[in-house]
Design a protein around this ligand. Structure first.
Ligand SMILES: NC(=O)c1ccc[n+]([C@@H]2O[C@H](COP(=O)([O-])OP(=O)(O)OC[C@H]3O[C@@H](n4cnc5c(N)ncnc54)[C@H](O)[C@@H]3O)[C@@H](O)[C@H]2O)c1
Ligand SMILES: O=C(O)[C@H]1O[C@H](OP(=O)(O)OP(=O)(O)OC[C@H]2O[C@@H](n3ccc(=O)[nH]c3=O)[C@H](O)[C@@H]2O)[C@H](O)[C@@H](O)[C@@H]1O
Length: 390
């Protein structure tokens, strides 16, 4: 812990310890952010969530060096009168709470919209009324589809970055029709972004909006049947990890042609820490946080993960490691997809000097090593139990 050392911000000023109200601290991003704040800074965290499994190693035992700097509050922000008091006690609120797995967007659109818009409203209101700074987690999904995706397949303009690079202050938000309920999440996130922006413009709310571009790493989501529901569908990293651990084929939705850029969670957390500790540079801004150099199609991701997992587990891959599946079968009616997601990095470079470091190969190698160590034995046991009982 660096409490004894004088830490300075990007402008050379000493960083004063602050109290952070972190909502959704028990999730994937929250757990990594809490770890970083405990091990490398003197800041205090009021960690709010309905679950704490992913941060239990930071909460117990109470002899941990940071024990007096992290407090867990088990609460649901939908209905808990403690929320305003906890925001008032803090210098900064970070809101991570959300339903954010695509399998829910078209099957539980009401929960998705309530979670990403309605439930966030009191957080914004309490920050604005009490003059507290807010860092709100939005998503790269607010960009929706690229302009280029509407051009004819053979148009040379598809190669022109102007038609696909996603810029915070320039790119439009392009969603599908209302029946394509996939966009319920993106639309709710867009409206809360607009509300926060308006609170800044009309009432002086000090805010930063983060648009993560596929942050991945250890502790992301769950492995169905092990630490999550057997029928649950997590995000792609956990879906593919689950299949590799069980020696099943990786399912490629609509042929796996969509493209994504993946960034290592540890790189992304560095960017969030810069936002926390440099409010003058971060306030009033919306930041893309991603790695434009790590672009692959989902099919290429599956091939890479198969190769790396074989190395990590010392087991040969299946003869046919992937299988195509339609989005209707995999996600149900109303699914749609973002075709391509490359973040423009101008604003985050200019304001915070941040750049991601980890290649896709390296981040998958370290993540799959973690998945194998954490889950391989539990999966082996659960599979042998189900064979014995059949
Ligand atoms: N991981 C990514 O790459 C990514 C990408 C884009 C956007 N985001 C956004 O970042 C945020 C965090 O994402 P994550 O990947 O850590 O997701 P996550 O699901 O792992 O974490 C969200 C946490 O919020 C908690 N939560 C949800 N509703 C709550 C409520 N009503 N009261 C209290 N706690 C509640 C959940 O229990 C969970 O622990 C989300 O807002 C998400 O939309 C993440
Ligand atoms: O992480 C992000 O930046 C954002 O994007 C994600 O959306 P998406 O990338 O579509 O979600 P994934 O589940 O990670 O899927 C990525 C791609 O893989 C495909 N996929 C997923 C799972 C699977 O088993 N097979 C498969 O081909 C999906 O159809 C999609 O094209 C989620 O919406 C959010 O967590 C977040 O806002």
């Amino acid at each position: 812990m660096a409490t004894g050392v004088s830490r300075v911000d990007l402008d050379g000023r000493p960083i004063k310890p602050i109290t952070i109200c972190m909502i959704g601290a028990g999730g994937f991003i929250g757990s990594h952010l809490c770890e970083k704040l405990m091990s490398e800074t003197p800041h205090k965290v009021l960690a709010l969530d309905v679950y704490n499994d992913k941060i239990r190693h930071l909460l117990e035992p109470d002899t941990l060096p940071w024990a007096d700097r992290i407090q867990f509050h088990r609460l649901n922000i939908k209905h808990d009168s403690r929320l305003e008091g906890l925001i008032k006690m803090s210098d900064l609120t970070i809101n991570l709470a959300a339903i954010c797995t695509p399998a829910d967007y078209n099957t539980r659109p009401l929960d998705t919209i309530y979670s990403n818009f309605i439930d966030a409203l009191p957080v914004v209101k309490y920050c604005s009324e009490n003059n507290k700074r807010l860092i709100h987690f939005s998503t790269c999904e607010v960009y929706g589809k690229t302009i280029g995706s509407f051009l004819p397949k053979d148009s040379p303009l598809r190669q022109d970055p102007a038609y696909y690079i996603l810029k915070e202050d320039d790119s439009p938000c392009i969603f599908g029709s209302i029946e394509k309920q996939r966009w319920s999440y993106a639309c709710a996130k867009q409206l809360i972004e607009r509300l926060i922006y308006a609170e800044g413009a009309e009432n002086g709310l000090q805010f930063t909006i983060v648009r993560p571009f596929n942050w991945i790493g250890p502790r992301m989501d769950f492995i169905p049947g092990i630490d999550g529901p057997s029928e649950g569908v997590p995000r792609v990293l956990a879906c593919f990890s689950n299949a590799l651990l069980r020696r099943e084929q990786l399912k490629l939705v609509d042929g796996g042609q969509s493209q994504r850029t993946f960034v290592f969670i540890k790189d992304a957390i560095e960017a969030v820490l810069l936002m926390i500790e440099n409010p003058d540079r971060a306030n009033g801004h919306i930041f893309n946080v991603g790695n434009p150099n790590n672009e692959v199609t989902v099919r290429q991701l599956a091939e890479m993960m198969t190769e790396i997992y074989s190395k990590v587990s010392a087991e040969p891959p299946l003869d046919v490691p992937t299988v195509d599946v339609s989005s209707k079968v995999f996600y149900g009616e109303g699914y749609d997809d973002s075709d391509k997601r490359i973040p423009d990095m101008t604003i985050i470079n200019r304001q915070l000097g941040w750049n991601p470091k980890t290649s896709l190969w390296d981040l998958l190698e370290s993540t799959l090593t973690y998945q194998h160590k954490t889950y391989a034995e539990a999966i082996r046991q659960s599979m042998s139990k189900s064979i014995a009982s059949s």
